[in-house]
Design a protein around this ligand. Structure first.
Ligand code: SAM
Length: 223
């Protein structure tokens, strides 16, 4: 086993144990390493669709989406424990059995997390841009990330990404445009910088728009 794999296995074992201790809550999906890969469709067998939000932050968007889609089971991932804790309170308020949060750092645990075709929809609002080039390896979006997203989406599934960071947005757009398994669901130039009616917006995004930044959104379908 190489060093990187060893570190990832150690991380997996550590967060599985920690999560059981700190997120003993019906809205948190606690698992053990041997449970991987997880099957969200089996977890939400009573739902027609499955939805994944990556990096949910404070969880406002998730809270708005859940009641709007009564036939959908929601999985939402965030690496920061205080944000997970805050969002668990939101989930208790929403009171639906169709949502599970996961405290996971996707940088360390991605490939093995979900079975292929786990999701109908994936939402990623404002992935951290890590603007310094020496930190670029921390970015969620690398070439292999698009392969992973293609793997966990069903055919016809949709991924939506929003960002206020111009360089990162166009880097991500290029990764999708050049990937053989994705096609844009928006006409050229394959994104919009206009607000989309009824699209839930986080406080983070409202703040960015108010401070004059352009927020762009792309939407790609898996062929
Ligand atoms: C800029 S914030 C955006 C939050 C939210 N999506 C919004 O639009 O308000 C990015 C979020 O992604 C989370 N995040 C960044 N890298 C992550 C990773 N590797 N795994 C899981 N979550 C991550 C951060 O903790 C943070 O909450």
């Amino acid at each position: 086993m190489n060093q990187q794999q060893f570190q990832r296995d150690a991380y997996l074992a550590r967060i599985c144990d920690q999560n059981v201790d700190i997120f003993d809550d019906k809205y948190h999906w606690n698992f053990q390493p041997e449970d991987l890969p997880l099957d969200p469709r089996a977890e939400f067998a009573h739902c027609k669709r499955t939805f994944l939000e990556i990096g949910f932050g404070h969880g406002e968007v998730l809270e708005e989406l859940i009641p709007r889609h009564p036939d959908t089971g929601f999985i939402a991932i965030e690496r920061r424990p205080p944000r997970v804790r805050k969002c668990l309170k939101r989930m208790q308020r929403v009171g639906e059995q169709r949502a599970k949060l996961m405290r996971v750092n996707l940088e360390l645990l991605r490939r093995r997390l979900f079975v292929p075709g786990s999701f109908d929809d994936i939402l990623i609002n404002h992935p951290d841009p890590w603007p310094k080039s020496r930190h670029g390896h921390h970015r969620l979006f690398q070439a292999e990330t698009i392969d992973w997203l293609a793997d966990i989406l069903i055919a016809g599934g949709i991924v939506e990404v929003a960002s206020d960071h111009t360089e990162y947005f166009f880097t991500i757009l290029h990764l999708f445009e050049t990937h053989p398994q994705f096609e844009s669901l928006m006409p050229p130039p394959c994104y919009t910088d206009q607000p989309i009616p009824n699209r839930p917006t986080s406080r983070f995004e409202i703040h960015k728009r108010r401070s004059g930044l352009t927020v762009r959104v792309m939407r790609f379908g898996k062929k």
